[in-house]
Design a protein around this ligand. Structure first.
Ligand code: ZN
Length: 425
């Protein structure tokens, strides 16, 4: 699957605000920290709101054994879990600022992919994807030689398939993220019989999942989507009878099914998921509107859906149980109706954008996006533009452009609402 990604694009960049500073800045920050700790009583873990600082990292080893060391400014507690398909080792940490260079933890040995970043306000996570079943023979936090900092040492070794299966079975861990809602759930829109029109605005990616990264200015998709989503929600809420809300309002990770559940839980009449991905074809630019379908409209749409659906994997979420086969004919009808509404919304967006905002050829496309799978909430995924295209990237961070697009998108939502609500939807 790796070959469908552009190297500099999708998620290759690691999170961490300090990452863009040089090592000199870091050592300066560190010396400040040490002075601070020298002149005040040491603050115990949990009593401070300051994140841990991970200021160094190393990886060494081969296909049989791989060691990872991460340097921290303070002592910390960790927990380790394993997830299958693909094999991943998850290391959960308290809130951490990752301040080392991405290259210091470039995948090697047993690991084909390494990510780290925030999960929420209180926690961070390291996700190690392995090429074969592995276990951590050692996962320890040790004081370093200077006696000032601590270091996390992770020693990975291969195990048999059966051995890994045993690890999964015996680990005392449940994925804290909710599994995808059972498909037989009662459709939620019927319960929301008031006159408000509720719109869930979903800023794609977040936290450990940075999404795509602009090839030149390193703009991160998760920030582009959140900035635009905030403007858009505010714009929508100026309309009488509209109640718009954000699925996430900060830099945190939400699984794809959580996004769907948040929309359903608040009885949304519409879900709009916002993105700005990268393509290998850097000349392609413009907006695209996606709706869900079992079969993709084209290979570009299929590739994009594959990449979007990797979001949970990046963050180390165990793939939730596959939805049971749909036996409920009512639900099936609901889903078909929902899909018709989603398509109507996609068309409203395209016609609102035409001549105003650059669109790619065939701007309404479809594919199996998991964030669009609510059976009862009409949903679209909007690629605002591509971070792999220089002109698009400039626009995506331009305040004026964002406001103009938010206006046009709000107009599309209003037109959609008029048609569906007056039509009894
Ligand atoms: Zn995206």
């Amino acid at each position: 699957m790796r070959k469908i990604f552009s190297c500099e694009g999708w998620g290759m960049r690691r999170a961490g605000r300090i990452g863009r500073f040089g090592r000199q800045h870091l050592s300066f920050v560190l010396s400040l920290l040490f002075f601070a700790f020298a002149s005040f009583p040491v603050v115990a873990e949990g009593e401070t709101s300051e994140p841990l600082l991970a200021y160094g990292a190393r990886i060494a080893g081969d296909n049989a054994r791989t060691r990872i060391v991460v340097d921290f400014d303070r002592e910390l507690k960790i927990s380790v879990h394993y997830v299958a398909d693909p094999v991943r080792v998850i290391v959960d940490l308290p809130r951490t600022a990752f301040g080392f260079a991405a290259d210091d933890l470039a995948p090697r040995g047993l690991f084909t992919d390494i990510r780290y970043g925030a999960m929420d306000e209180h926690s961070a996570r390291i996700v190690l994807t392995a090429s074969r079943p592995v276990r951590l023979a050692m996962a320890e936090v040790q004081p370093d030689e200077t006696g000032k900092g601590y270091r996390l040492v992770l020693d990975a070794e291969t195990v048999t398939d059966a051995g890994f299966g045993q690890l999964l079975k015996t680990q005392d861990w449940q994925d804290t993220l909710p599994a995808a809602e059972a498909e037989t759930a009662v459709p939620s829109t019927a319960e929301a019989q008031d006159s408000r029109f509720v719109i869930a605005v979903d800023a794609g990616h977040g936290g450990i999942d940075t999404g795509a990264v602009g090839s030149d200015s390193k703009t991160e998709e998760k920030n582009v989507t959140l900035s635009f989503a905030r403007i858009f929600v505010e714009r929508l809420n100026r309309e009488p009878g509209i109640e718009a809300f954000l699925t996430r309002d900060k830099d945190e990770f939400l699984s794809l099914s959580e996004r769907v559940q948040i929309a359903r839980g608040r009885h949304a009449n519409l879900l709009i998921s916002l993105h700005a991905d990268t393509l290998r074809q850097r000349n392609i630019r413009g907006a695209t509107v996606y709706t869900i379908s079992d079969t993709a409209s084209d290979s570009l749409a299929a590739d994009l859906a594959k990449r979007e659906n990797l979001s949970d994997e990046i963050a180390g979420v165990a793939l939730s149980n596959e939805p049971a086969a749909v036996a409920d004919i009512l639900l099936d009808l609901t889903r078909r109706e929902t899909q018709a509404f989603s398509i109507a919304m996609a068309r409203a967006v395209v016609s609102s954008f035409e001549g105003q905002v650059s669109l790619i050829n065939n701007p309404h496309r479809y594919a199996g996006f998991r964030v669009l799978q609510a059976p009862d909430v009409p949903s679209i995924l909007l690629e605002l533009g591509f971070l792999s295209n220089l002109e698009d990237e400039k626009l995506l961070v331009d305040e004026k452009w964002r406001e103009k697009v938010a206006d046009l998108l709000a107009a599309a939502a209003m037109r959609y609402r008029e048609r569906t609500v007056s039509g009894g939807g």
